[in-house]
Design a protein around this ligand. Structure first.
Ligand SMILES: *Cc1c(COP(=O)(O)O)cnc(C)c1O
Length: 402
């Protein structure tokens, strides 16, 4: 069992079909490049949905992980360990927040933010028992738990997984008026992605985040920014909220926080919010484990230099300029910020999946989101030359459908 065909056949026969992968079996990777089991190389333009912002096998991250593997990997939170303090203080400083609550996956961090917002609502805001509501956005993506899919508007994500968790109000993304109308005295939080990744890299109108911030402050409602995909350098700033100098009450982080090595997620908030959680009220056996914290510490150190944010901004400008140049040539629209783009292909030419397959054949790994949209998010370590080469492959792939 070693050829692409054999490995795919067994994978499909012996695993649930909750994903529909492109037909490539990856064996190793370095930087922005991966190699499959046949020895064929591909440029990674997905980065594990922005988990690999700092590249495959980033030397600083791998070294931190290897050092930690030798010393200590798990204690549970029943005890302290020597990587924890640095991780919490470091991530707190990066976000400008007093406190951190570490978890593992992104969905767990979103669940954590929801629980914290509800408890804050009852204990600090004075909402009547069981009455709290949270305002969320159409076309959101926050993960796959039963509570999170309860407020998804994607039928694939939601249908037949009920009964659903109540307490969420879905409004149009990008409209502060819609939030204002949905708000009442029992609203504890507004939960949003500052750029909607899975929806197709949707950037809200200029000023939207600022207005949401002002509304939340005026109404005594927590602003929760899910920066799991948008954060940690991807958009050319540390957080996508930074583009409007907006500071949410709660940051939700994941994906790249684990350096593409281990699942590491967290929420960051000030003491008046995160202080509502007391012993026994929330937790995770693996959350904040020594290996996760050591990797997270390397990631924070990398982000503290600002190099990756600057690189994503610079290469992002180049990427977007080239992509905009393709509008009219099979490309309908281009959205995004930094090294992150959603490209709508003319649907009369090809579906996003067909374009992804044509890119695969040309040595570029990218994935469609919905319909005829493909998402581009290369590791930020990518060279300018490779970036431009991949855009040429995209143009060529699209042209092949004419
Ligand atoms: C990926 C993602 C999540 C879920 O993270 P998992 O680690 O897959 O649970 C939540 N929110 C956003 C914005 C994401 O992109």
């Amino acid at each position: 069992m070693s050829t692409t065909a054999e490995l795919i056949e067994v994978s499909e026969r012996r695993s649930a079909h909750n994903y529909h992968p492109l037909p490539v079996v990856i064996h190793e990777a370095r930087g922005a490049w991966v190699t499959d089991v046949e020895g064929k190389r591909y440029l990674d333009f997905l980065s594990g949905y922005s988990s690999l912002n700092f590249g495959h096998g980033n030397p600083k991250i791998i070294e931190a992980a290897q050092e930690q593997l030798k010393n200590l990997t798990l204690t549970s939170r029943a005890f302290y360990h020597d990587q924890f303090a640095r991780f919490c203080a470091g991530l707190g400083d990066l976000t400008g927040k007093d406190m951190i609550l570490p978890m593992n996956t992104g969905a767990e961090a979103v669940e954590t933010a929801i629980k914290v917002a509800r408890k804050w609502g009852y204990q600090v805001k004075g909402v009547q028992p069981e009455q709290a509501n949270i305002i969320v956005m159409e076309d959101n993506f926050h993960g796959r738990t039963t509570t999170i899919v309860s407020f998804s508007t994607d039928p694939d994500a939601r249908d037949d997984f009920g009964p659903y968790t109540p307490g969420f109000r879905v409004v149009k993304y990008g409209s502060v008026e819609a939030i204002r109308e949905a708000l009442d005295e029992n609203t504890v939080a507004v939960l949003l992605e500052p750029i909607q990744g899975e929806a197709g890299v949707l950037v809200p109108p200029d000023g939207y985040l600022t207005q949401v911030r002002e509304l939340c402050t005026a109404e005594g409602v927590l602003m929760i920014a899910d920066e799991i995909q948008s954060g940690l350098g991807r958009t050319g700033r540390t957080f996508a909220c930074d583009h409007e100098n907006v500071v949410p009450d709660v940051y939700v982080l994941g994906k790249a926080l684990g350096g593409g090595v281990v699942p590491v997620s967290a929420i960051a908030a000030d003491q008046d919010v995160l202080g509502v959680i007391k012993p026994g009220q929330h937790g995770s056996t693996f959350g904040g484990n020594p290996l996760a914290c050591a990797v997270g510490n390397a990631v924070i150190e990398i982000l503290n230099t600002g190099e990756f944010q600057a690189r994503a901004a610079e290469l992002g400008d180049l990427l977007h300029a080239r992509l905009r140049g393709m509008i009219g040539d099979g490309v309908v629209t281009v959205r995004g910020r930094g090294l992150w783009a959603g490209v709508d292909i003319d649907p009369s030419l090809a579906t996003g999946r067909e374009v992804s397959k044509a890119l695969l054949a040309r040595g570029v790994l990218a994935k469609d989101t919905h319909g005829s949209t493909i998402r581009l998010a290369p590791p930020i370590v990518i060279s300018e030359e490779d970036l431009l080469w991949a855009v040429e492959q995209l143009a060529d792939a699209i042209a092949s459908f004419r």
